[in-house]
Design a binder for this molecule. Structure first.
Ligand code: AP5
Ligand code: MG
Length: 213
């Protein structure tokens, strides 16, 4: 079970990926979460990534590809994994295809969560993210049980630096230019499915389960 979650920033990739990973007991690999953890720990990678992320730009491919290729070869990925936020450019998709080819494997599903730009902008302002476990909330749609505290791990939940309205617009522009072409890439590979991401979360989840079984 090797799944890619596609979709604009804020489409619900992380929300859905977490649930799918729990259901199938496979690792949830979010490049955004990996970078945020590195920024929090002050690592070299975090220092390199931070400027790009705060501006809503993509981190250069060379900082991302090796990291993911190494991660998916870890033992816990033997039964599958779910990629959230990777690939995000055609060169990243090619690097992934090549790395899997080299070990006689391929991705099984690419699921595109469709949400229009206007709804994305509205969602992002209300989002709160946990720096501990990566869980996401929305102050109105999906509030935590206790204000400001993650239900799953008890850490503080915060407004991400890149969720400011002007940065969100740039992230959307970058998405349309650099990431949306992946929809055709995976259509050509014959593994693309789309779900309507404007539905309630549990309905989106049910649609995804309908695709991946
Ligand atoms: P990343 O962390 O991947 O951010 P993103 O793609 O911009 O996506 P988000 O995490 O913002 O949204 P999501 O789709 O996960 O939505 P969520 O589930 O949270 O990347 C951040 C940055 O890191 C990038 O900009 C880039 O700089 C860098 N980066 C990462 N990967 C990279 C790569 N491969 N290459 C280069 N650079 C990379 O949901 C959003 C909100 O909506 C939440 O509040 C949620 O509660 C709510 N919500 C979810 N579903 C629903 C629903 N059905 N109805 C109502 N509300 C909902
Ligand atoms: Mg996310």
């Amino acid at each position: 079970m090797k799944i890619i979650m596609l979709g604009a920033p804020g489409a619900g990739k992380g929300t859905q990926a977490k649930q799918i990973a729990d259901k199938f007991s496979i690792p949830h690999i979010s490049t955004g979460d990996i970078f945020r953890a590195n920024i929090k720990e002050g690592t070299e990678l975090g220092k390199k990534a931070k400027g790009y992320m705060d501006a809503g730009e993509l981190v250069p491919d060379e900082l991302v590809c090796d990291l993911v290729v190494d991660r998916i070869q870890k033992e816990d990925c033997a039964n599958g994994f779910i990629l959230d936020g990777f690939p995000r450019t055609i060169p990243q998709a090619e690097a992934l295809t090549e790395a899997l080819n080299a070990i006689g494997q391929k991705m099984d599903y690419a699921i595109d969560i469709e949400v229009d730009d206007a709804q994305i902008v509205e969602r992002m302002g209300g989002r709160r993210a946990c720096l501990g476990c990566g869980a996401t909330y929305h102050i109105i749609n999906i509030p935590p049980k206790k204000e400001g505290i993650c239900d799953r791990c008890g850490s503080e939940i915060i407004l991400r630096d890149d969720d400011k309205p002007e940065t969100v617009q740039n992230r959307l522009n970058v998405y349309h230019e650099q990431t949306q072409p992946l929809i055709d890439y995976y259509k050509n590979e014959g593994i693309l499915s789309s779900v309507d991401g404007t539905q309630p979360m549990d309905k989106v989840f049910a649609d995804i389960i309908g695709i991946v079984g």
